[in-house]
Design a binder for this molecule. Structure first.
Ligand code: AP5
Ligand code: ZN
Length: 218
């Protein structure tokens, strides 16, 4: 299984990626998680990316495309992969095509903007695994502690309301165009075209998970 998850910041891409990667035994390629790991490691890339991410902008296409191409060379990608947060621009989507990086499905998770800020403000994450919680909608068993490892959860630096609003506008201006891009490609029936599926991301996490599983088996 090879797929792309599309959706606004806070739509639940990371949350659903955790279920899908388990079910299909494929790696989650989250470009946001990769950048956050670079920030934590204090690399040159991390230092440059932090400024852009804290401002709610996008890291340059060249950097992101290079990161993803390198990641796909790793052995765990041989059976498939799940992209979460990539591609985010037409240039990134075109680069995938040009490099023959195909997917079987594009799964859009749709959540209205007015629900996003509340989701972000309660989000807690376990950085090393990518597990995502919410203080109200998806709480860990013990507050601020990861269920599996017992390690502390953290709040993301870009989850401040002002930055979330900026990220949403960047999504509408630069990423949303990809919904039509992939929908049109899917309908073309051309070789290499993915199947396009859209589900609502509104409702309990398990309900969205079941809708995602159903969409990926059609
Ligand atoms: P990235 O990490 O990709 O962030 P994002 O796309 O903005 O998405 P989020 O991770 O915020 O949301 P999500 O959809 O994963 O939602 P989640 O499951 O966590 O990117 C961060 C930054 O890195 C970018 O701004 C950019 O600067 C840079 N970057 C990354 N990739 C890039 C690229 N390709 N090109 C250029 N720059 C790039 O859920 C959110 C919250 O909601 C959680 O608390 C969760 O528990 C809760 N929740 C989930 N599902 C539900 C539900 N059904 N009901 C109620 N609550 C729910
Ligand atoms: Zn995410």
């Amino acid at each position: 299984m090879r797929l792309i998850l599309l959706g606004a910041p806070g739509a639940g891409k990371g949350t659903q990626a955790n279920f899908i990667k388990e079910k299909y035994n494929i790696p989650q390629i989250s470009t946001g998680d990769m950048l956050r790991a670079a920030i934590k490691a204090g690399t040159e890339l991390g230092l440059a990316a932090k400024k852009v991410m804290d401002a709610g902008g996008l890291v340059s296409d060249d950097i992101m495309i290079g990161l993803v191409k390198n990641r796909l060379q790793e052995a765990d990608c041989a059976n498939g992969y799940l992209f979460d947060g990539f591609p985010r621009t037409v240039a990134q989507a075109d680069a995938m095509k040009d490099n023959g990086i195909n997917v079987d499905y594009v799964l859009e998770i749709d959540v209205p903007d007015d629900m996003i800020v509340e989701r972000m403000s309660g989000r807690r994450t376990h950085p090393s695994s990518g597990r995502v919680y919410h203080t109200k909608f998806n709480p860990p068993k013990v507050a601020d502690i990861d269920d599996i490892t017992g390690e502390p959860l953290v709040q993301r630096d870009d989850d401040k309301e002002e930055t979330v609003m900026k990220r949403l506008s960047v999504y509408h201006n630069q990423t949303e165009v990809l919904l039509g891009y992939y929908n049109n490609w899917a309908q073309s029936g051309l070789p290499g075209a993915p199947k396009y599926r859209k589900i609502t991301g509104v409702g309990p996490v398990e309900q969205v998970r079941d809708a995602a599983f159903a969409a990926l088996s059609e």
